[in-house]
Each structure stands twice: as structure tokens, then as C-alpha cells.
Design a protein around this ligand. Structure first.
Ligand SMILES: NC(=O)c1ccc[n+]([C@@H]2O[C@H](COP(=O)([O-])OP(=O)(O)OC[C@H]3O[C@@H](n4cnc5c(N)ncnc54)[C@H](O)[C@@H]3O)[C@@H](O)[C@H]2O)c1
Length: 277
């Protein structure tokens, strides 16, 4: 008897750790998990913020949640929060590696530091630490726990810029010499391509341990960007617009649940068609 669709998407009582849970999309991922019946655990440098979001979700969905202050660039800190989650819930079913530095490079922003020729090793280290090393530690600590139990799901948040190069024309400022124009930093491309590599590596490494590992590659979310930036970016997107922040929630539930039971090592691209062009 084939399982019905509602059962396949059900996350009832599944414990989901979300890094960067205090950010724009982290909060949406947590809400998606909660709406599907799961128990979101939000990790973030901003402890007060995630505690607050966790409390709101607990009340709204009548579920158990947790918000924990954590710096995922510290393995010691990751081990500490994993222990807290295991003490409280007894297991970790889902890990969403979502935290990353994503400097908003828009015309008008003071981001000349971002140019490749003068990009600082300190900034390189910092961006790689959050986006890649942090995900590596979380997989090592929490993914290994899943592998021991022979059950789990990891979702790595990549980007359309994990598949294509940034179009630096988007960020151009009028009147600024070419060699001083702001650009999307190299680390963003490296981190987002790297997280897809981590996804494929672990998908095969843990395939027999029943830990599925997939990436989600979202396109840009419309927030309070300048109109000119939105216009330029939208012209590169076949659907002609940026995403709303809630347009990835269904994909998170799909990837986290049995609905995607035959999927591992894949990158789910949701970008309004941008990477087709
Ligand atoms: N927003 C977009 O348009 C967009 C598009 C494509 C991909 N993404 C990706 O989605 C993810 C979330 O993006 P967002 O827009 O919500 O970002 P955001 O900046 O709003 O949130 C990131 C969160 O990570 C936290 N964080 C940073 N360093 C940390 C650390 N060391 N330990 C723990 N937490 C840390 C921050 O405090 C912040 O709350 C990122 O990986 C981003 O690259 C975003």
C-alpha cells in the first residue's frame, strides 16, 4: 500500500537543528518545520533573538522548541549545543546548515573592501569559518550521531551563486572607477560551491547509514534592497522577480521529510529560473 502524501510530508516530533536560526531564512525554515509538526531548535550567535523566535513558534504551534546561543565556528560550542539538544530531546533527526556570512553588496553600500585584489585573509577566514567550517563541525558532531542511529537528514543551504558566478554588474555604483567598484565577495562563491561539495561527499559517505544529505539553492529574497538593484536583478531572472522569504518553506519540508526518501546528494534549485539563463 503506497503511503499517502500527507504522511510522507509529516514531520511530527522530528527534532530539527537550524543554524543561523535567527536570520531572515533561518526563521522561515524553523516555521516550516514547526508547521509540519516538527520540533525546531534554533542556533545563532544572537541568543536572545533565537530564544524569542523559539518561544513564539512554541506558542503558535503548541510544540516544544529551543533557541540556543552558539558560535558554530567553534567545535567545542557545537559539541556543547548538540549535548544540550540530545539531553532535552534524545535525538537529532534533521540538521539544516543555514548560517553563512552574506554581505549585502548593493549600489550605495560601502563595500570596496570586497574586491578580489585586496580581499583580506582575515575576511576570507571569517567567511569560510561560518559557511563551511561551521557546517563541517555540525555535520561531524550531529551527522555522526545520525549515522550511529542509522537515521537522519541533512539540508545544506547553498545559493544560486553555488551554481553560477555572481554578475558583478548588479552591484555597480555610478561614478566609481572600475577598480574600486563593489563586488560580491569571492568567499560567497567559494562557500556556496563548497557546501554543494560537502553535500555530495556526505551523501555518498553516509548513504548506507540512512543519512540523506541534500542542498537547497535559493535565489535572492526581496527585502529592503534599493529599487535599482531589484530592477537589475529581476531582469536576470526569467520569472522577472526576486523571491518572497516564504517561498522556500515547502522545499524545506520536502527535503526534511519522507517525501524525498529517494533523494540524496542532490541540489534543489529554486531561483525563478535564473540559472537557466
Ligand atoms: N537571503 C537571500 O536572499 C539568500 C539567497 C540565497 C541563499 N541564501 C542563504 O541562506 C542562508 C540564510 O540567509 P539569510 O538571508 O537568512 O541570512 P541572515 O544574515 O539573515 O542570517 C544568518 C544568520 O546566521 C547567524 N550567524 C552568523 N554567524 C554565525 C555563527 N558563527 N554561528 C551561529 N550563527 C551565526 C547570524 O547571526 C544570522 O542570524 C545563508 O546561507 C545564505 O547564504 C540567502
Amino acid at each position: 500500500m503506497p503511503r499517502d502524501i500527507r504522511t510522507l510530508f509529516d514531520l511530527k516530533d522530528q527534532v530539527a537543528v537550524i543554524t543561523g536560526g535567527g536570520g531572515l531564512l533561518g526563521e522561515m525554515h524553523a516555521e516550516a518545520i514547526a508547521e509540519a509538526g516538527g520540533l525546531p531548535v534554533l542556533l545563532d550567535l544572537r541568543g536572545e533573538r533565537v530564544k524569542n523566535v523559539a518561544k513564539i513558534l512554541a506558542q503558535r504551534y503548541q510544540i516544544d522548541t529551543l533557541g540556543l546561543e552558539a558560535d558554530i565556528t567553534s567545535k567545542h560550542a557545537v559539541i556543547g549545543v548538540a549535548k544540550e539538544v540530545l539531553d532535552r530531546f534524545g535525538r537529532i533527526d534533521i540538521l539544516i546548515n543555514n548560517a553563512a556570512n552574506d554581505p549585502k553588496v548593493q549600489p550605495g553600500g560601502e563595500v570596496e573592501w570586497s574586491r578580489f585584489e585586496s580581499f583580506s585573509p582575515e575576511q576570507w577566514q571569517q567567511d569560510v569559518s561560518v559557511g563551511l567550517t561551521g557546517a563541517f563541525y555540525c555535520c561531524q558532531v550531529m551527522g555522526s550521531e545520525m549515522a550511529r542511529r542509522n537515521s537522519g537528514v541533512i539540508i545544506n543551504i547553498a545559493s544560486d551563486l553555488g551554481l553560477i558566478a555572481p554578475d558583478q554588474r548588479l552591484y555597480r555604483k555610478p561614478g566609481v572607477p572600475d577598480d574600486s567598484q563593489p563586488v560580491k565577495p569571492v568567499t560567497y562563491s567559494v562557500v556556496k560551491h563548497g557546501i554543494i561539495g560537502l553535500t555530495r561527499y556526505l551523501a555518498t559517505y553516509w548513504a548506507e547509514r540512512n543519512v540523506r544529505v541534500n542542498a537547497l539553492a535559493p535565489g535572492g529574497v526581496r527585502t529592503d534592497q534599493p529599487e535599482e538593484f531589484i530592477r537589475r536583478l529581476s531582469s536576470l531572472i526569467p520569472m522577472g522577480r526576486m523571491a518572497s522569504k516564504d517561498e522556500y518553506k515547502a522545499a524545506i519540508v520536502f527535503l526534511a521529510s519522507e517525501a524525498s526518501s529517494y533523494m540524496t546528494g542532490a541540489t534543489l534549485v529554486i531561483d525563478g529560473g535564473r540559472t537557466c539563463w
